[in-house]
Design a protein. Sequence first.
Lengths: 190, 190
Amino acid sequence: MDETSQKIIDAAMMLVRDHGYVATTTKVIAKAAGVNECTLFRKFKNKKDIVLQGVNQAKWRANVTPEIFQNVQWDLRADTEMFMRAYMDRMTPDFVNLSIGLRAPQLYEETASLIMKVPQAFLLSFTQYLNKMHEMGKLPKADFDALALTVFSSAFGYTFLKASFGNGLLNVEKDDYIKNSVQMFIKSLE
Amino acid sequence: MDETSQKIIDAAMMLVRDHGYVATTTKVIAKAAGVNECTLFRKFKNKKDIVLQGVNQAKWRANVTPEIFQNVQWDLRADTEMFMRAYMDRMTPDFVNLSIGLRAPQLYEETASLIMKVPQAFLLSFTQYLNKMHEMGKLPKADFDALALTVFSSAFGYTFLKASFGNGLLNVEKDDYIKNSVQMFIKSLE
DNA sequence: ACTTTATGCAAGCAAGTACACGCATAAAAG
DNA sequence: CTTTTATGCGTGTACTTGCTTGCATAAAGT
């Protein structure tokens, strides 16, 4: 990926994040990237191609992959906090807004599976973790699918609401929120 | 509100829900409403005016107001389930998608406060409820702001994820999910 | 019977949109 | 030194977009 192309992609992704895909015109992409408009079309097939290549770059995905959840200590509280924090630290308001900006009918079909990978990474990893904890005799049998979903929803809900409404809606600090949510989760399993 | 204007508003809102505000053109609104395009501008100031009037209609807001949370029995489990169900029954995928479709910079400033009223209604009502339960001696002292937020995030997260990814991501049934989440919440307060 | 009101229809308009073409030029590669 | 490559610049094109105007007509109200 040459420097110019990368500048174009970066500009496009930031604009999509801030204004949505449809409202992001090739003209403003070019201006924001500091290149001539026709350069976009020399480097990329079309506008959609720019964004699609951006979505496929690691730097334009919140770095939420199964790997970030591997560092477990087999302690329920510490690990659940780690899971939530790993997600919430990476899924910044910027990335929340980007995934909404990408929800244009023209490209959603091609981006949905990528966007879905983030929640999937959390849910799969955490469910597997809970199952292993059960096998190790550290957890009673329970509906781990539903439990993992509840924990993830908590992380997701907070992140999304914060990104959308800021402190106008919720003035609970992230750390307090995580502690509180995990405490709830733990106690319910005792 | 005359019949024609209402048809126009309804068509516009459905299109915004399905394709977003920017991608919803006056041409397709007219076609979907079964009227001539110039009729839109006889009835409304401009495209934005159509959507703004739609947003202000009760039928185009999920009917989530503080009133729907009034029917409490002062039983923590029953009431928390009622809160979650009241929200989740009304906030259908259609309304989730509509609120995303409305997130266009051109009108977000004027719709954000309306969109925010839904989470606010839940959070305020539930926090007040928890405080009253505490006054009645049925609950120990706790950080009710953070607790309410966690419960709401659970409801919100499930609703949003279901609307966005359907059963591809989560095959947990709504009723199971509510029961599970509420169980978690209750136990944590014991 | 007359007037008002609501709508359709055709045409149009200024601005914008994605994208293309040809030409100039400067740097990099051979 | 020559050729290739990358880019800027101006112009252009086919189409769309939000919105307007003038005229016809049918229904509704008086």
